[in-house]
Design a protein around this ligand. Structure first.
Ligand SMILES: [Fe+2]
Length: 363
């Protein structure tokens, strides 16, 4: 089913939020849905690594439990920001206002917008063109439904939204929710119709409303921060981007590692401290080493952290960039925040013809 679709589901553990990336594999046009501010570098790295051109950062609704990464994504990629036009006041910064019946096109694929209010006024469910996938936001959760007790929520409205707009999709349509707190990732229309304890089986509107009005949920812990921020599409109050590394073009990979390009390091060698974490015998091999590099094998790094000078950013290097990636994790854990992995290690360094020092025998 994913032959003609790039599809990724990402998870933010602190808010239990799912983010979705959908793309057209041919044109590489893509949309990202329900981003989380703190996960911006992760999401942006994935968009870059998959070579996707982001058309829009969409939100299924104005969230109360996390801050959207939409504004950050727009700053980074120039994409549009899409959210329901039904919020009053309108969400600041949204230049792709959505409503029922709208179509969001990415390459040869598209999402149809279905208004599914009830959890909030502006909730939408995004349905893939062939109706094989629906992103339900917080309207319908796996074996649950979004709470209706704040943000102008209304359980009667939500009941009708789910029955008319989500349960009317084909039984086989896969449902991907905005959150899950129990490790569930995907359901289907048939599955929720049968097993959803709030609205499945024979539950009617009265049953659903009675259930929803007696949930007694605690106040969302993030709401006081998240709501005002989300009304600005996630733009920080001071309008400034979070500060990137102050010493060089450091990038966070999808794996969460900080890395830096060899060309930059070659040009700025005197500004950084190079830490080579290969084994001593590897120094004799043909790849050589970077001038001035300090040698501490990875397996000795934790015990020898005090030997590393702290006056310069540390660039870790190894043969191919794997062990040095691990070294950066150890270094950051030890408080050396200004650190990055040399992308591609000595292998890429030498392929690029960048200068090395050969180890003299016995040295
Ligand atoms: Fe929500």
């Amino acid at each position: 089913m994913f032959a003609n679709l790039v599809f990724r589901q990402l998870f933010d553990a602190s808010s239990s939020t799912y983010t979705y990336l959908l793309g057209d594999p041919r044109t590489r046009h893509a949309v990202i849905i329900d981003t989380v501010f703190e996960q911006h570098l992760r999401d942006r790295a994935l968009v870059g690594e998959l070579n996707l051109k982001l058309i829009a950062a969409l939100d299924t609704h104005c969230h109360a439990d996390h801050v959207t990464g939409a504004w950050m994504m727009q700053q980074a990629t120039g994409c549009r920001i899409g959210i329901s036009r039904r919020y009053q006041p309108p969400v600041e910064g949204a230049d792709l206002p959505l409503d029922h019946g709208d179509r969001i096109v990415f390459g040869s694929r598209h999402l149809d917008v279905r208004a599914t209010p009830g959890h909030t006024d502006g909730c939408v469910t995004l349905v893939l063109d062939d109706r094989s996938i629906a992103l339900t936001g917080d309207a319908l959760l796996i074996r649950g439904a979004g709470r209706c007790d704040f943000q102008s929520g209304d359980a009667h409205t939500l009941y009708r939204s789910i029955v008319q707009q989500i349960f009317s999709l084909p039984d086989a349509c896969l449902l991907f929710p905005g959150h899950d707190y129990s490790g569930r990732t995907v359901s289907s229309v048939a599955e929720e119709k049968a097993h959803n304890p709030r609205i499945g089986g024979d539950a009617d509107e009265r049953d659903f409303v009675g259930f929803m009005e007696n949930l007694n949920l605690p106040h969302p812990k993030q709401i006081d921060v998240a709501l005002p921020a989300n009304l600005r599409s996630g733009r920080p109050a001071d309008g400034k981007l979070p500060r990137p590394a102050d010493w060089g073009p450091v990038r966070q990979t999808y794996a969460g590692l900080l890395e830096i390009d060899p060309e930059w390091v070659a040009e700025h060698l005197e500004q950084v401290h190079v830490l080579d974490v290969r084994q001593p015998q590897e120094m004799q091999e043909s790849l050589g080493r970077l001038a001035g590099a300090q040698l501490i094998p990875l397996n000795e790094l934790k015990a020898r952290l005090s030997e590393i000078p702290r006056d310069k950013p540390v660039v870790a290097v190894c043969h191919a960039g794997m062990r040095s990636g691990q070294a950066t994790v150890i270094l950051r854990g030890a408080g050396l925040e200004r650190t990055a992995n040399l992308r591609g290690g000595m292998l890429l360094w030498s392929q690029l013809g960048l200068p090395t020092q050969r180890e003299h025998a016995g040295a």
